[in-house]
Design a protein around this ligand. Structure first.
Ligand SMILES: Nc1ncnc2c1ncn2[C@@H]1O[C@H](COP(=O)(O)OP(=O)(O)OP(=O)(O)O)[C@@H](O)[C@H]1O
Ligand SMILES: [Mg+2]
Length: 243
């Protein structure tokens, strides 16, 4: 007899230690200002509390894919010297997790204990899944209610960052919980040109020429450029080999 194994929410947490600094993230002026103030509020949190002021710690990052949401979360954690716990909510919804609400509570507790950055990715999945086949409506409703409570009681010395490409389908009650909402848009031609310029500089001159594409995310632009740079490099290596 085999006991059916259950997925535990802790197995779904990613501890990603990739170092990202805020300087590396291209942000428009308004977003940069918001993120910088957020970081400073946490750096000076004791003084802020002494004056009876609250620190913002519940932030929604929303908008285009590949435009810096995950990167920003990592940069904030790094700037504050905090651990980042990444949890993708679509995994919660698709995995057959026993006692999901309880496990979600454990994750929030861990983030609170560690004064960490808790990053909930694909945040829209939590509301969207209501009424799906795997989870009944009641179970999903309970999960949303649990999440609302966890958010309300999340301590100010930890940060909750939630990301979504589909803010329009996020539960209204959840949406109200965020003190800051930061929008990510596809970069303009000018912004992409600056991004390409900087990318180019990292390589020797003979590898610097690549076709620039526009109307794409930073992630797509970077992939496209790096693929061409690699092709040029391989070409050169093959030539040397055959010489
Ligand atoms: N604003 C940005 N500045 C600099 N590089 C960026 C930016 N946005 C994206 N990139 C590049 O693209 C990669 C993917 O970006 P990121 O994971 O932050 O996107 P995302 O907004 O979280 O996308 P998704 O919604 O698909 O999760 C980054 O690792 C980085 O190389
Ligand atoms: Mg992301």
């Amino acid at each position: 007899m085999f006991k059916q194994s259950t997925v535990h929410l802790f197995d779904l947490i990613i501890q990603d230690d990739e170092k990202v600094t805020l300087d590396e993230v291209v942000l428009d002026d308004a977003n940069r200002k918001t993120v910088e103030q957020l970081i400073l509020e946490h750096r000076f949190i004791d003084e802020i509390h002494k004056h009876g002021l609250p620190a913002n710690n519940k932030i929604l990052l929303y908008g285009s894919s590949g435009c810096g949401k995950t990167m920003t979360a990592k940069a904030i954690a790094q700037a504050l010297g905090k651990k980042i716990l990444i949890l993708n909510l679509s995994n919660i919804v698709s995995a057959r997790i026993g006692e999901t609400s309880q496990h979600l509570k454990q994750v929030f507790d861990k983030a609170a204990r560690d004064k960490a950055v808790l990053f909930l990715d694909e945040f829209d999945q939590i509301g969207k899944a209501r009424g799906s086949d795997d989870k009944d409506v009641g179970e999903m409703r309970r999960l949303v209610n649990t999440l609302i409570q966890l958010i309300d009681y999340f301590p100010e010395n930890a940060l909750l960052l939630c990301a979504t490409n589909h803010p329009e389908i996020v539960d209204i009650a959840l949406m109200r919980r965020f003190q800051l909402r930061i929008e990510y848009q596809k970069p303009s031609q000018e912004t992409l040109n600056a991004y390409y310029d900087e990318l180019q500089e990292r390589f020797p001159t003979h590898l610097q020429s690549f076709e620039r594409i526009y109307e794409v995310s930073f992630a797509e632009a970077k992939d496209h450029a790096l693929t061409q740079i690699k092709a040029a490099l391989i070409n050169q290596l093959l030539k040397e080999q055959n010489a």
